[in-house]
Design a protein around this ligand. Structure first.
Ligand code: C2O
Ligand code: CU
Length: 544
């Protein structure tokens, strides 16, 4: 494999969007941050210097990091933050990923401004499972907040309330024509008539699933989360926070300017950002800009038929060159309810910012995750007591009826730092059951250290006899993030062949902050090579 070296300087830089200027934390002064480019199986050493004001960590989203949880990044899960003035070199180990992934800060909400794409090309001498595109472009969707994101989430958490929604969405850092002060700076994607482009799309959006389309153009989705899928010709896509998609776009329309646009998909009922970001697909041989640029037709905000319709088409490529190996027999089954809940207000009755004057919280199996102050990996590796408990339940505490019959039982979660221990090599099935309690949106559940196969999903309650009969064990997609319907279930499978301490959480930042997280600890295998956690690197940031 080849080794790549990057230097990331974290620092506050002034940025102006929507006529508002604020200092914000970025890598190398860029928003979005720099792209990491490797080939399949390569290794990258990224030296992160923190010249910011507070401790930060970086996560390589979707990179499995075999045996190397030390460089995975989630704050207080696998490491303590890199303090201001300090640096830490991450060793990012690529294995079977190919396509597009991304990196982002994994400390509170700092990922809003600290993120960038990871491009993983085929091994030298190998080619894409589609005709070679004329050119490639990365497209990063993100959220812009006029205020400082750290203050925003710290203030909301202090009173247990809902943070304000973002003020804009951005495409490659710019909000686009439909926002004030933004028409001139809109992102442009120049294309040559007749050529096919590979668009590598990253959703770094904080809290909303997004629909995206390009006026006048259909396109073909060919990969998701760093793995190839069966090509999906479509006129729009739906992408959740955390996901990445590779798209082939042919510039085959009358040469002109066309808007690419993205706006959210969510059920009404919460104060989300419902604005639309745009960029211009611009044919290079157009001399005068058209006076009217056409807008794509996007599904409306609450259109879950369109969202489901797209999502249900995603199947693994499952070819001879890109085989899949979904476990047929499960040796460890875990059922997890996913809920937004409330906790009593510790500031005094009625003083908190959540519903009924309570504190908003969120949970998995009715346990709201409490992030420890010493990282769990360190505690596990060195057997330090009192950092976490290994009793995350593998069944929900109560049968859950999603229609709401016993929903009040789920309103009050237990708070704890509970992790789930898994034997090395287990064939794991996790069923996420959305409970529809207290929240109007789906949950993009993300697991570190693995890709998993999405074998089934439907509305209603998962049923142990009828639901498995609907599973796709032939070509389920291998992903790292999957949208769990708020009032339905999603079943995933994987072989626990990567020992380590791996965070699992909702990738809606609000939900993750409220406790919709847990940790899977996959134990070491027998002493055979390649089945144990590596030794910790030198100069790992120290806690406290
Ligand atoms: Cu994209 Cu735990 O992260
Ligand atoms: Cu969620």
């Amino acid at each position: 494999y080849n080794v790549h070296r990057y230097s990331f300087i974290l620092k506050e830089t002034n940025f102006t969007r929507l006529c508002t200027t604020k200092p914000m934390l970025t890598v190398n002064g860029q928003f979005p941050g720099p792209t990491i480019t490797v080939r399949k199986g390569d290794r990258a050493f990224v030296n992160v210097h923190n010249n910011g004001k507070y401790g930060v960590t970086i996560h390589w989203h979707g990179v499995k990091q075999p045996q190397n949880p030390w460089s995975d990044g989630p704050e207080n899960i696998t490491q303590c933050p890199i303090q201001p003035g300090k640096n830490f070199t991450y060793e990012v180990i690529f294995s079977d990923e190919e396509g597009t992934l991304w990196w982002h800060a994994h400390s509170d909400w700092s990922r809003a401004t600290v993120h960038g794409p990871i491009v993983i090309l085929p091994e030298r001498g190998k080619s894409y499972p589609f005709p070679k595109p004329y050119a490639e472009k990365t497209i990063v969707l993100a959220s812009w907040f006029n205020t400082d994101v750290k203050e925003l989430i710290d203030d909301a958490m202090a009173i247990g309330g809902d943070p304000d929604p973002s003020d804009a969405f951005t495409i490659n850092g710019w909000p686009g024509a439909l926002y004030n002060c933004s028409n001139e700076t809109i992102s442009r994607l120049p294309v040559v008539f007749g050529m096919t482009y590979l668009l590598r799309l990253v959703s770094a959006v904080m809290n909303e699933e997004m629909f995206i389309a390009i006026a006048g153009h259909n396109f073909t989705v060919v990969a998701q989360d760093g793995a190839y899928i069966k090509p999906i010709p479509t006129s729009y896509i739906m992408i959740t926070p955390g996901q990445t998609m590779d798209i082939l776009l042919t510039a085959n329309q009358p040469p002109s300017y066309y808007y690419m646009a993205a706006r959210p998909f969510f059920e009404s009922g919460a104060p989300f950002d419902n604005t639309t970001t745009t960029a211009i697909l611009q044919y290079t041989n157009v001399i005068a800009a058209p006076t009217n640029i056409s807008m794509p037709t996007l599904p409306i905000q609450t259109d879950h038929d369109s969202a489901d319709n797209f999502t249900s088409k995603i199947k693994a490529l499952a070819s001879r060159d890109h085989p899949i190996s979904v476990p047929k027999n499960v040796t460890k089954q875990v059922l997890i309810t996913v809920s937004v809940n409330q906790l009593p207000c510790e500031l005094g009755a009625g003083l908190c910012g959540g519903p009924n004057g309570n504190r908003i919280s969120a949970s998995l199996n009715n346990i709201s995750f409490d992030t420890p102050t010493t990282d769990i990996l360190q505690a596990y590796y060195r057997s330090l007591p009192n950092v976490f408990d290994s009793d995350f339940p593998d069944q929900p505490p109560l049968f859950f009826n999603f229609s709401g019959v016993n929903s009040s039982t789920y309103l009050l979660p237990e708070v704890g730092t509970k992790v789930l221990l898994i034997e090395y090599g287990a064939s794991v099935e996790i069923v996420f059951q959305g409970t529809n309690v207290g929240n109007p949106e789906n949950h993009p559940m993300h697991l570190h250290g693995y890709s998993f196969y999405v074998v089934g999903s439907a509305y209603g309650n998962w049923n142990e006899t009828t639901s498995p009969a609907t599973y796709n064990l032939i070509d389920p997609p291998a992903v790292n993030t999957v949208g769990v319907p708020k009032n339905g279930w999603t079943a995933i499978r994987f072989v626990a062949d990567n020992p380590g301490v791996w965070f699992m959480h909702c990738h809606l930042e609000r939900h993750a902050s409220w406790g919709m997280d847990t940790v899977l600890i996959v134990k070491n295998g027998s002493s055979k090579r390649g089945t144990s956690i590596r030794r910790p690197p030198r100069n790992l940031p120290i806690c406290g």
